[in-house]
Structure formats: C-alpha cells, structure tokens
Design a protein around this ligand. Structure first.
Ligand SMILES: *Cc1c(COP(=O)(O)O)cnc(C)c1O
Length: 354
C-alpha cells in the first residue's frame, strides 16, 4: 500500500468519467478528474496536493515561458485482468526526471516522492484506468520554473505537477521514415538526453517538413556528420541486423529510454546478442539492401514498438521485410505487454502496484 497521508487530497465534486467516449480517445486531449501539484521554494519541496484538474494561475513573466526551464516525463498505468492496477517502472522515470532536472539547472525531487505522488494520484483516479483491452492511463509528470523574473538565471521557485489521461491502443501503422540530414535534434554538449521541453519545440519544424514530404517520422542523425543514427522521432531507434539486436549507445544526444532498456534486458533473457554502439547510416542502409537487417522500429512508452516499413535517404527508398511478419518485434511487444498487464509473473519487479 502507498503512504498518501502527507498529500492533501481535495476531491472533485463530480466525475467527468461518465462523459468519456472510450472509443474515441485522441492521445493527450482527455484528462482525468484530478491532478497533483507541489511547490519548490526556499530550497525545499512542499504543498503536495491532489486537487480537481483545472487551470492554474501564473505570472506571464515566469521563466519557464521565456527561457525554457521546463521538462517532463511519460509513463503509464495498466489494469490487470483481476482489476489490480500497476505502473510500469516509475523508479526509472524518477531517476531520469532528476537527470533532466540537473541538466536544466532545476531542483531534483526525491525519487520516493515522485513515485509516491504518482501512485497516490493514480489511486484517487483509479476508475480512470481503462479495463478495455490494450487501453492504458497515460501519466505526465512535469516541472517548470515559476519565478516572475525576466533575468536569464535559474529560477528559485518551481512547480511539479502530474496529469493523467486515458489512452487507447496505439495502432502503429508501419512507418515510412526519412533519414534527416539537414536538421539536428541534439548536439554534443547539449541536452538531448534530458526530456526538456525545448528539445520537442525544436523538432516540430523538421517533423512538419517531413510530413509534407509524405513521411510519418524522422530518423535523427548526429549533429556533426549526419552519418550516424541517433533516434527515431521521440523514440529510440532499434534494429535487428544479422540476428542481433543493435541500437545506438546512449550518449548526451540520446534519450535513455525505459522501453529501450526493457527490450534490451528481455532480448538478452531470450538469449539474443545485443549490441549498443554507434550505427552508421551506411551500415544500416547496406544491411537493409542485402537483407541482413530484418527489423527496424522505434521504442517508447507511447507506441511500445513502432515498426518501420520504408526508410528514405537522399531520394532513395529502402524497404524492410513485411513488419507484420517480424518474429522479433511481435515477440517483444507481447513480452512487454504480458508483464505490464500482469499476464505473466513479474519476475523483474517492474510493476509498481497501486
Ligand atoms: C520519451 C522519449 C523516448 C522514449 O523513452 P521511454 O522511456 O521508452 O518512453 C525516446 N526518445 C525521446 C527523444 C523521448 O523523448
């Protein structure tokens, strides 16, 4: 059971749940009845509170708006067949939350408060965790700077908040992706490894241009040479080449994904060889052309595994084997879902029960 005694809870007078159309749940537009907020001031976190979801009043001078001291996390809660609810690996999100905080010169949050706050909020809104097959409750923790001060300096006050929203299954149509060789998501010495708001702001224009050219997604390459694969949109890039799982090694330009990490661990458990290393565009395209690359996918919390059908590079299209027939991607998707939805014993302790 979770210790919620030091979090003040104010319940919403009525629930919006009866109005929710679970057959039509666009990602990120539907929010549950409650949210969590906490304040950082005078060097400490205080005022942990669960209250009805709604607008918050803020000064237009807050530094988050002007200088981008803002970052987020993303994880999910799952309802098991017996009705129990679990959150997948929130300890990993707590650790990454603090890595982002440090890079953005923002205060860290004790990991137990992050986890306890999330479990307490999900517990208050537990009826919002869908029981429909493959539906989940998305959890969005975030922190932003709140000093009403236009000087370029770290804020002295911050807000930590958590929002929840039910979300439907991600029908990942097989992706047509483009290897991006003009724009860059993250540069060495920068903050690509942080889930900082600015990283996503900067990715919108390249993504829009790619969409106008008919692509679903981008494969980001390194800032210096554009010769090495980094990530796939806002997901980690993973490949099966010569029967081995190959994925770019994490570095300061790459987000250390929890889905990526979990897939690596499961693949090793299945006896598969895993290589975390740099992968050149040339190596990848040659492997697709000669048939040794059998799988290409993006790994992340939203889609779990988003498979690639086609990759374009400098006007040439490279076609992967039919994603629907991929043994590896289907096995991994099932292995992850089986753990998350409690269909198999959670031997790794990845599920935090609400
Ligand atoms: C969130 C994110 C991922 C995936 O991380 P998960 O922990 O697996 O959800 C990968 N790349 C980027 C850029 C991201 O923002």
């Amino acid at each position: 059971m979770i210790e919620t005694s030091n979090i003040k809870v104010t319940k919403a007078a009525t629930s919006k749940l009866p109005q929710i159309d679970f057959d039509n749940l666009p990602f990120g537009k539907t929010f549950s009845d409650h949210m969590l907020t906490a304040d950082y001031a005078d060097g400490e976190w205080k005022n942990f509170e669960i209250l009805p979801f709604g607008d918050i009043g803020l000064s237009p001078a807050i530094s988050a708006l002007h200088y981008g001291q803002s970052f987020f996390e993303g994880l999910k809660a799952y309802r098991h067949a017996d009705g129990q609810i679990s959150v997948f690996r929130p300890d990993q999100n707590a650790a990454r939350f603090n890595k982002s905080a440090e890079r953005m010169c923002m205060p860290t949050l004790p990991e137990d408060l992050f986890i306890e706050g999330i479990l307490a909020l999900v517990n208050v809104d537990k009826d919002w965790v869908p029981s429909k097959e493959n539906y989940t409750l998305y959890i969005r923790p975030f922190m932003f700077a709140t000093d009403p001060f236009l000087g370029v300096a770290p804020s002295t006050t911050y807000k930590f908040m958590v929002l929840l929203g039910p979300t439907g299954p991600y029908f990942s149509k097989n992706l047509r992706v483009k290897i991006e060789t003009e724009y860059t998501r993250a540069a060495e010495g920068g903050f690509g490894y942080a889930k900082a708001a600015g990283n996503y702001g900067g990715s919108l224009l390249p993504a829009k241009k790619a969409a106008q050219q008919g692509f679903d997604q981008l494969i980001w390459t390194d800032a210096k040479s554009h010769e090495y694969i980094e990530e796939m949109g806002a997901a980690n890039a993973m490949f099966v080449i010569d029967g081995k799982l190959v994925t770019p090694s994490t570095r300061d330009t790459i987000l250390d994904g929890i889905t990526r990490k979990s897939i690596i661990e499961l693949a090793k458990g299945f006896g598969m060889e895993v290589e975390e290393r740099r992968i050149s565009v040339k190596e990848l395209l040659e492997a697709i052309a000669n048939g040794t690359c059998t799988d290409a996918f993006g790994a992340g919390t939203a889609a779990t595994i988003a498979q690639v059908a086609e990759i374009e590079h400098e006007g040439k299209t490279y076609t992967l084997p039919n994603p629907a027939e991929s043994v590896f991607a289907n096995k991994m998707r099932k292995a992850l879902d089986d753990i998350k939805f409690g269909r198999v014993e959670d031997v790794k302790g990845w599920n935090y029960m609400v």
